[in-house]
Design a protein around this ligand. Structure first.
Ligand code: AGP
Length: 364
């Protein structure tokens, strides 16, 4: 399908810019202020069933897998259900233990990714309950799942996913809040998260306004051979996704590591020619993250921080608005979409159609 670019030069730029509206859409009609919760009618999961879930396993590929990693963190922190994410294809081929008390969640923008669909079919054959977190309405994965939620990002044309990633993470925040309020999340915390969710579209708008500054930064980093992305706990999947985005469209080699793993190996790579992008939210791990910046600086590494306040050890900081700690990863990913975009643009890449990639991988 082809859609109007609406005055943008690329679909990617259009889709990045659409995020305030897209996030507004995924929230719309779902928030219940009276009980500080959200209604997710399509889940097909009543309160008693929701209480009996012992684990959650999230499956997806690429960007959707990364959204699932953030989703698992949101579910663990808000609903206190052990949760993790795994690439769907890995899961499928390792003969996983399928447990009746585990809720499985398949994540997909297109709803047609073969590895995810095959994982869902295998799970269902073994009697598991599988939900879908999907963008395309009526797609194969949406039809195959026992229930789920649509992420309402709208059509995404660019091969690399941006707005759908953001909306999928917001959808997981809604699911985590919903499950949390059935279990042990307090009314006060529910209210706090709802207020945070409502702030997102305006805050994304604010981040998008700093595009010119990010564009300048991108020019500085466009010559790099390779880049390192680091983050800790909530920040780590943000680093993973930002590094994937950069490699997909700029073809710059990039690695993502948990900041805590630096000293266990990757620190050996640090030198002036290898810039590091560091995710440094103002949360309980701020001091730990700052220590990582110091380690990099001590090896003369260049640092670009994405943070809530200017980082002294960094060469540059992109300051993003603060939200609730749980929701910070949603905002911290956005300037890095723009960084990847402008880096690729400065290098003359074909942004909407990167080499060797297809929008949806419907074969094995
Ligand atoms: C996104 O930028 C990628 N091109 C890719 O990793 C994608 O996320 C993956 O193939 C999964 O696609 P899906 O979400 O449509 O299932």
């Amino acid at each position: 399908a082809s859609y109007d670019m609406g005055g943008h030069d690329t679909y990617m730029h259009k889709e990045i810019s659409e995020q305030p509206d897209a996030v507004d859409r995924v929230l719309r009609g779902r928030i219940d202020d009276r009980f500080s919760t959200v209604h997710l009618g399509g889940l097909n999961l009543d309160a008693r069933e929701a209480r009996s879930i012992r684990r959650i396993k999230i499956l997806g590929c690429g960007t959707s897998y990364h959204a699932g990693l953030i989703g698992a963190g949101l579910i663990e922190s808000m609903a206190r259900i052990p949760a993790d994410a795994e690439p769907a294809s890995e899961f499928r081929y390792r003969n996983p233990v399928v447990d009746p008390d585990t809720l499985y969640i398949a994540v997909s923008q297109s709803g047609e990714t073969y590895d995810v669909l095959a994982a869902v079919q295998e799970l269902k054959r073994k009697g598991a309950r599988v939900l879908g977190v999907v963008n395309v309405v009526g797609s194969a994965i949406a039809r195959e799942a026992d229930g789920g939620m649509y992420v309402h990002a709208g059509p995404e044309v660019c091969v690399v996913s941006t707005k759908c990633f953001t909306n999928t993470v917001v959808a997981f925040a809604l699911l985590a809040l919903h499950l949390g309020r059935i279990r042990d999340l307090s009314v006060t915390d529910g209210k706090r998260i709802i207020e945070g969710l409502r702030r997102l579209p305006g805050q994304i708008e604010e981040i998008l306004k700093s595009e010119d500054d990010i564009k300048k930064l991108a020019k500085e980093y466009a010559g790099a051979q390779s880049m390192m992305f680091i983050g800790r706990v909530r920040g780590y999947p943000v680093a993973l996704e930002a590094s994937l985005k950069l490699k997909e469209i700029s073809y710059i080699h990039a690695e993502a590591y948990p900041a805590s793993e630096l000293k266990h190996g990757p620190l050996a790579l640090i030198e002036p020619a290898l810039p590091t992008v560091a995710i440094v939210p103002d949360d309980d791990l701020l001091e730990k993250n700052r220590a990582a910046l110091e380690e990099i600086k001590a090896r003369s590494g260049r640092i670009l921080a994405v943070a809530h306040q200017t980082q002294e050890k960094a060469d540059h900081t992109i300051v993003v608005p603060k939200n609730e700690d749980e929701l910070d990863p949603i905002l911290m990913g956005i300037p890095l979409q723009l960084l990847a975009y402008h880096t690729a643009l400065a290098m003359g890449r074909d942004i909407d159609k990167p080499r060797n990639l297809a929008k949806s991988v419907t074969v094995e």
